[in-house]
Write a protein that binds this ligand. Structure first.
Ligand code: XMP
Length: 511
């Protein structure tokens, strides 16, 4: 792996951001758990190593450590936060446990003579701190190269051995000169050259897929969403008809969605699609079920049954695993790590994995990088900008047991709302928007009579990544038109409400 950077992860919530920043600088990088240690890094033979931050204290009895000989590896090393404390601790310095975490903005003051790490970095700039322990005595051979305006230690180096460390987080956007600092490490200190662009990545993937899949039959599932569609287009470009995309209609899709998705995949993207309508099986499995998690489980199980039944003879299964899933499944200790449950990691998939029959071309990509791949592959913007839609579909938007009647009401209301968003130019301004069927009835007057009707909730949110979200401040005219049209056209509905909660505390979906 010459001309790459290896990031050793000690559990920081920012580890993935380090990788993002380095790729943005045009250099290839991969994250590994710290536990691969000296031997693992030697084997990878990168041009430089970054030790991430992490929630631990070096004094914890179960602190994640490296062998002391690690620092004799002869490859440039940059420690960030915990990485700085760890190297100081292991190389003979002193780290003191703090009672409080220092958290937030600080002013970085670069010292003289200016270290190579701070070449062309402004003398004073804002950086983002988030640490508990502090280095109180430097390890032999190290010198201080920057402080904060409060005179705290901010960065150190042992330039003879090409070892550098910063107490702050250069990878976060709040650290104004962070990118410059990382760039100095990568290009100046590690002597690397640019070697990563998305176009190169796509070309390389196509080449690899062609090699691995020569004369093989390959299958994948598609939903019409951005990730799976991009994957299907990539596979098609690499091996054409040898790759088959299976689209399962679970009966929980939106208005006319099954037809539209097939049409766009077949006619606009020229994909080889197998369509399976398993609506009845899914609705049968959901009958009478009101518990959201049980609904999800039932849907996951039927999906696997249907998919597996349909695709018996194949050599490889392609999955749209993204980098955050790969990282979050890695065994790194620390509270910032939650292990994701992959609903598709069923026994059959695990068996294929053992046999080496799973392909994951996107396993090193972040979500927004998939969109970039889609653009490079020439996919139309409207397909690329579709709102995310949950795998269990409308089942998690019927807040009740799922019946064809409720689905029908929900589909019609949802379509009216989405049409209004398009009409007012708001579809692309929100992350997601949808209608929800509520399990309550409310009173109203229809004609001269009191009547009990259904309640529909509307939700639109803005978000960058779906992890946090704000409720969408839609224009009153849009809401007015959507609400009135729903009441007018859907006899069963007599009340429409708009959801004004953010995430957190609420989630985007209601179930
Ligand atoms: P929440 O509701 O957790 O949603 O704020 C975050 C994003 O995830 C989608 N979502 C799901 N996607 N299976 C999925 O494939 C699910 O069970 C599921 N639940 C929520 C949601 O639509 C939003 O984009």
């Amino acid at each position: 792996m010459k001309n790459s950077i290896v990031i050793l992860d000690f559990g920081s919530q920012y580890t993935q951001l380090i990788a993002r920043r380095i790729r943005e600088l045009g250099v290839y990088t991969e994250i590994y758990p710290y536990s691969i240690g000296l031997e693992g890094v030697k084997e990878l033979a990168p041009s430089g190593v970054i030790l991430s931050g992490g929630p631990s204290s070096v004094h914890d009895s179960d602190a994640p450590l490296l062998a002391p000989g690690f620092f004799d590896i002869g490859i440039p090393i940059l420690g960030i936060c915990y990485g700085m404390q760890l190297m100081s601790h292991l190389m003979g310095g002193k780290v003191e446990k703090a009672t409080n975490r220092e958290y937030g903005r600080a002013q970085l003051v670069v010292g003289e003579p200016v270290s190579q790490l701070f070449k062309d970095v402004e003398i004073r700039s804002v950086v983002w701190m988030s640490h508990g322990d502090s280095v109180v005595r430097l390890a032999p051979g190290f010198e201080q190269i920057a402080t904060t305006s409060d005179n705290d230690l901010a960065a150190i180096q042992n330039s003879k051995r090409s070892i550098y460390a910063v107490q702050f987080h250069p990878e976060v956007a709040h650290s104004e000169q962070g990118k410059k600092i990382l760039s100095n490490f990568i290009f100046g200190i590690c002597g690397m050259t640019k070697n990563w662009s998305m176009r190169d990545f796509v070309d390389k993937q196509i080449e690899d897929i062609r090699k691995v899949c020569a004369n093989k039959k390959v299958v994948l599932g598609v939903s019409g969403g951005v990730d799976s569609t991009t994957l299907a287009v990539l596979m098609n470009k690499a091996i054409g008809e040898q790759s088959e995309a299976v689209f399962v209609n679970n009966g929980l899709l939106r208005w006319n969605e099954a037809d539209e998705v097939q049409k766009s995949l077949r006619e606009r993207l020229n994909l080889n699609i197998r369509y399976i309508d398993a609506s009845e099986q899914f609705l049968g499995a959901l009958k009478g079920e009101k518990d959201p998690e049980k609904k999800r489980k039932a849907i996951g199980k039927v999906f696997i049954d249907v998919f597996w039944h349909a695709v018996k003879d194949f050599d490889y299964l392609v999955q749209g695993t993204l980098y955050p899933d790969v990282i979050e499944s890695a065994p790194v200790k620390g509270p910032s790590r939650t292990i994701k449950t992959h609903h598709n990691r069923v026994a059959e998939v695990e068996k294929l994995e053992k046999e080496g029959r799973i392909l994951e071309p996107f396993r090193f990509l972040f979500k927004d990088e998939v969109r970039e791949v889609a653009r490079i592959l020439g996919m139309p913007e409207d397909i690329l900008n579709r709102h995310p839609f949950p795998g269990p579909g409308l089942a998690v938007r019927v807040i009740d047991d799922v019946t064809p009647e409720k689905l029908d009401i929900l589909r019609r209301a949802d379509k009216i709302f989405i049409d209004a968003l398009h009409k007012y130019g708001w579809y692309d301004k929100v992350w997601q928007a949808f209608a929800v069927f509520m399990p309550i009835r409310s009173v109203g007057v229809m004609g001269d009579e009191r009547a009990y009707g259904n309640v529909i909730g509307l939700r639109a949110v803005t978000s960058v990544d779906g992890m946090t979200a704000n409720w969408g401040h839609l224009p009153y005219e849009l809401l007015d038109e959507a609400g009135n049209t729903i009441i007018r056209q859907i006899r069963e509905v007599n009340r429409v409400v708009y959801d004004i909660t953010s995430k957190p505390p609420a989630t985007i979906e209601w179930e």
